[in-house]
Ligand binder design. Structure first.
Ligand code: ADP
Length: 462
């Protein structure tokens, strides 16, 4: 038996007893009182009537008629003369009246009295009325009911009450057991599931579909397992990617430094070429490590943004300047269409520039001929930026994946062009940190279009 069942069961039973015991007591009292007063009324009524009807205390026929009448209702009668002497007695043992009793009765007042028999035999509840004839007190007429006769039905009712209380108690016990099991079984199942999950069995699921709090706790555990599982496979994939990304430049570094060390080159030009490769690969590693560091800071929410009101046209100007020479070298054209009076947005200038430089660098990297087009305009509460190129494009199936870390459409091309595979992941993170949104559309062989949207300063959703 587990603790929840005990606690819950104990509480329900205690509540049950708290309600049932006083209720039983009160019911018992009500029945007893009701019965007693019923009998009391009966004997009072009878003794009154008999006291009024009796005409002669000596006439035996008359008194035996009263005895028969009383007998019919299982009552006893007593007729007592004004001195307290019993004249007629249908069967009560040693009935005695005190002087006070006689005094009260001779004064015309009826008397309720309990006749207890100390030896054996029954006790009686009696009601006496004075017999008054021609204004003279002639005696007392008592009608008595055996107490046993009253207690018997009361006892029966008490037994019935007790029986139903025991029945209810067993019913409550059964109900408590079923209820607490119903509550504790899912809890135990969830406990087991969480233990399994904490052991690393992340495919464990809780099978509880009730719509109550237990159901939502079960769902929360399942969600936790799902998220942890996803996190674990993400982490695995991430480490595999990082080691793969580092392995390539390191093997270049090792190979070419060995070549140089062993003097395996013919000309000075060849030697310089190898040194260049070593330098480029080292640069790539530095870039990769910087990007990784940056991304991990962002994902842990540890990046600090210097937010201020920014004019996007000015930021783009700086980014253009950085890629301009490269663009011209490649024979591409850079066209900008920036609306006048675009409102400020609230963002970090350096981070915003990083976003555009990254996107422009990608456009440059994946475009052989044609142009790179930048559009900036504003619509209602948002400033829109479009960076579009006439490059190789991205297949439709790849579009949802390109913002993921290390996802590259063509690994070797990206690598040859100096990409780390982290650029767009960083861009997306930075955009979202500054309350913006980014989307992409593309057509293979025609070009790619990135669209960004930032809220106008002061209109950010809270
Ligand atoms: P990388 O360092 O490889 O460029 P990114 O995260 O910047 O990494 O981009 C992810 C991938 O998305 C790239 O490898 C490339 O395949 C694709 N991509 C990004 N920008 C463009 C673009 N303008 N044109 C075509 N493909 C692109």
């Amino acid at each position: 038996m587990n603790k929840v069942v005990l606690k819950l069961g104990g509480t329900i039973m205690a509540l049950f007893l708290i309600v049932l015991l006083p209720l039983g007591y009160v019911a018992n009292q009500i029945f007893t009182n009701f019965y007693y007063s019923q009998v009391q009324e009966d004997i009072e009524d009878l003794s009154h009537k008999f006291a009024l009807t009796i005409t002669s205390l000596e006439d035996e026929d008359f008194t035996s008629m009263f005895k028969t009448l009383a007998d019919l209702t299982n009552k006893e009668i007593l007729i007592i003369d004004p001195d307290g002497k019993v004249i007629v007695n249908s069967g009560v043992q040693n009935p005695t009246l005190s002087k006070e009793d006689i005094k009260q009765l001779s004064g015309g007042k009826p008397l309720q009295k309990r006749f207890d028999n100390s030896n054996r035999g029954s006790s009686y509840l009696g009601s006496g009325h004075p017999i008054i004839q021609s204004n003279t007190f002639k005696g007392v007429f008592f009608v008595l009911a055996p107490i046993n006769d009253i207690q018997e039905p009361v006892g029966k009712i008490r037994d019935l009450l007790l029986l139903s209380a025991v029945g209810a108690l067993f019913l409550a016990l059964g109900f408590t057991f079923v209820l607490s099991k119903k509550m504790s079984d899912p809890l135990l199942e969830m406990e087991q599931a969480t233990r399994e999950i904490s052991k690393g069995n992340l495919d464990t699921r809780v099978d509880i579909s009730s719509g109550d709090e237990l159901g939502s706790l079960g769902k929360a555990i399942n969600d936790l397992a799902f998220e942890t599982n996803r996190y674990r496979s993400n982490r695995r994939e991430f480490f595999a990617n990082v080691s793969h990304e580092l392995r390539t430049p390191i093997s270049y570094l090792k190979g070419y430094s060995q070549v140089l060390k062993q003097g395996l080159y013919q000309t000075e030009q060849e030697r310089l070429q190898y040194l260049n490769i070593i330098e480029n690969e080292t640069d790539r590693m530095v870039r990769l490590i910087n990007d990784l560091f940056e991304l991990s800071k962002m994902e842990e929410g540890k990046i600090e943004l210097q937010m201020s009101n920014l004019n996007l046209a000015e930021v783009l100007e700086t980014s253009f300047f950085k890629v301009k020479i490269e663009i011209e070298k490649k024979g591409l054209t850079l066209k900008g269409q920036i609306d006048n009076g675009v409102p400020d947005i609230e963002a970090d200038g350096i981070r915003m520039e990083q976003i555009f430089t990254n996107l422009l660098a990608n456009a440059l990297r994946y475009t052989k001929k044609g142009s790179i087009h930048v559009d900036v305009w504003h619509e209602e509460d948002h400033v829109h930026v479009i960076i579009e190129d006439t490059g190789v494009g991205i297949p439709e199936g790849e579009l949802p994946l390109i913002f993921e870390r290390f996802h590259r459409v063509e690994k070797s091309r990206s690598r040859d062009l100096g990409g780390t595979g982290l650029g767009l992941a960083i861009v997306k993170n930075l955009v979202e940190l500054q309350h913006g949104e980014i989307s992409v559309s593309s057509q293979v062989g025609t070009g790619t279009r990135f669209e960004l949207r930032f809220p106008v300063a002061g209109k950010e959703a809270t």
